[in-house]
Design a protein around this ligand. Structure first.
Ligand SMILES: [Zn+2]
Length: 280
């Protein structure tokens, strides 16, 4: 390998943001806050440790994911309740908002829809920011812990990774078989997980989550949602994530309905406007 004479000059070129997001439609957070103030709780679901649960959230309702009992990371999947082919698009959400999400940012759906599925309206870990290791919380850079990677790296057969937990929960909720449900499970929003990439080797890292019981992440459902939440076998993800060794705790999901008329002026976002002719 030959290092070119202008190597330093090439490295010194300043980066440009791939997707300047000033033109993204802006959520009306003040409207959401007013609607939330008068909202009442209508249901709750508990994701048990090392297991997952599904829950439904009508468009215009709020849902809150809370840490209860102890520090715990959650792997969140979202689908259009009436069309599972529209689901959360982690990669495009990362491209639009960056590696970690917080209040005012949104979970975007897959092509050809590419519309907001949910908007984050509250984040009690918003104070964390980016630490000196480059770590932050609620990432869209990880995938979901899964038994295939464990088998690849260590030859294991472990059945309570988030991928399997979400597969079982989706099958139980919809009546699908495990094999029918599995392809619908997708890359997640890592709720409460603290992650980043090492500066020296560029490797994905995790560290003990700063979440404590009482902390929560709250969302406004922009469309009718089916959610799946797995209480990761990694617990607070301070050491391991694909075994039964970490201390694990449940996660609580609560759904809140706004008062009638509280969302005056709000509409379910339209599907993306690209005409899909693809130049043919
Ligand atoms: Zn996991």
């Amino acid at each position: 390998m030959t290092i070119p004479p202008d190597a330093e000059a090439r490295r010194a070129i300043r980066p440009v943001i791939c997707y300047p997001n000033e033109t993204l439609p802006v959520p009306d957070l003040a409207l959401y806050a007013r609607a939330r103030a008068g909202a009442v709780k209508v249901s709750e679901t508990l994701a048990p440790p090392r297991d997952a649960a599904c829950f439904e959230v009508p468009a215009g309702h709020f849902f809150r994911i809370s840490s209860v009992e102890g520090p715990q990371v959650g792997d969140l999947n979202l689908w259009n309740r009436d069309d599972l082919s529209e689901r959360f698009y982690s990669g495009k959400t990362r491209a639009l908002h960056g590696t970690h999400l917080t209040t005012g940012e949104r979970m975007w759906s897959t092509f050809p829809n590419l519309r907001p599925m949910a908007t984050i309206t509250a984040d009690t870990l918003g104070w964390y920011g980016i630490d000196s290791f480059g770590g932050s919380v609620h990432d869209v850079i990880g995938t979901r812990c899964d038994p295939y990677t464990g088998n690849l790296l260590a030859g294991t057969q472990y059945h309570h990774c988030c991928h399997s937990n979400l597969t079982r929960a989706l099958a139980a909720h919809t009546g699908m078989s495990l094999h029918e449900a599995e392809p619908h499970v997708h890359d997640v929003l890592n709720v409460f997980m603290c992650t980043g990439f090492t500066r020296d080797t560029g490797q994905y890292f995790m560290k003990a989550s700063p979440v404590r019981p009482g902390d929560y992440l709250e969302f406004f459902a922009e469309i009718d949602l089916l959610g799946g939440l797995s209480a990761c076998p990694g617990g607070d993800c301070s050491a391991e994530h694909s075994s039964d060794t970490a201390a694990c705790h449940p996660l609580l999901v609560e759904v809140f309905a706004p008062a009638p008329g509280a969302l005056e002026g709000w509409q379910v976002p339209a599907r993306n406007g690209y005409d899909r002719s693809h130049g043919a």
